[in-house]
Ligand binder design. Structure first.
Ligand code: CTP
Ligand code: CA
Length: 224
């Protein structure tokens, strides 16, 4: 695994990165979400800016400082993330979807706080839009990179998502591995391109992983 630093190779390019979780409300004081901290996406946005790109970071609710030189758009729900990304997609060169988007949201969101009642409570959930899949259908010149978080069969599911969503590459996280994925400072992953060539990215900081991911993108874009 070689890390070839080519400063400035993204100059004149537009890169959009999504990060963090989404929150799907039941009522004003309760919501569904997941443990994503946004660190991987923020590291990718920072790296893209360092490499010279004009970077837009569309992020769910996270506790992180915006990397220098990055244009940040805050969203809360999967639907808001869809709108923010979709509106900007046409003008981008590279789009990286590292956000942990909720797959379901409550079918009904109440305006007022629900009062508890005797007995159990069942929440009906409906599907959110698959943002990445929509982008895959609409993509023209864009290089589209997805992420996949898996606990079983990461390679199999990763390749399936790469094909189904018409991606140029996917970064597969095995979140069952100690020290990888949600909330950790480190991550380990496999980068798979559209020819199904796999590159193992061993456990390292999310900052370093972001550098390696952009190296792989560079190799794929320029067919080096
Ligand atoms: N994704 C998205 N919109 C959604 C759900 C997922 O854009 N509503 C994107 C994620 O940002 C990620 C990729 O799709 O880049 C894969 O997400 P993942 O949760 O691993 O896969 P899913 O397709 O949602 O399938 P499942 O959760 O059932 O494994
Ligand atoms: Ca999902």
């Amino acid at each position: 695994l070689k890390n070839i630093d080519r400063p400035g190779w993204l100059e004149g390019k537009r890169v959009l990165v999504t990060a963090g979780p989404t929150q799907e409300k039941i009522d004003p004081v309760r919501y569904f979400t997941n443990p994503s901290t946004g660190k991987m996406g923020f590291a990718l946005a920072g790296e893209a800016a360092r490499l010279g790109a004009a970077v837009t970071l569309v992020t769910g609710p996270v506790q992180l400082d915006t990397p220098p030189g990055v244009d940040r758009v805050d969203v809360t729900t999967a639907e808001e993330m869809y709108q923010a990304v979709h509106d900007r997609f046409g003008t981008q060169d590279i789009v990286i979807k590292s956000a942990a988007v909720a797959d379901y949201r409550p079918a009904i969101t109440y305006d007022h706080k629900m009062k508890k009642q005797p007995g159990d409570y069942v929440v009906e959930m409906e599907r959110t839009k698959d943002i990445l899949k929509t982008l895959g259908k609409e993509k023209k010149h864009q290089f589209l990179l997805g992420f996949a978080a898996e606990t079983t069969n990461p390679l199999g599911y990763g390749k399936e998502k790469l094909e189904k969503k018409n991606l140029d590459a996917i970064v597969v996280n095995n979140v069952a591995v100690e020290g990888a994925g949600f909330g950790h400072e480190t991550n380990a992953a496999i980068y798979i391109n559209r020819n199904f060539e796999e590159t193992e990215l061993p456990m390292m900081s999310k900052q370093q992983l972001a550098q390696h991911i952009f190296n792989q993108i560079k190799l794929d874009i320029t067919h080096e």
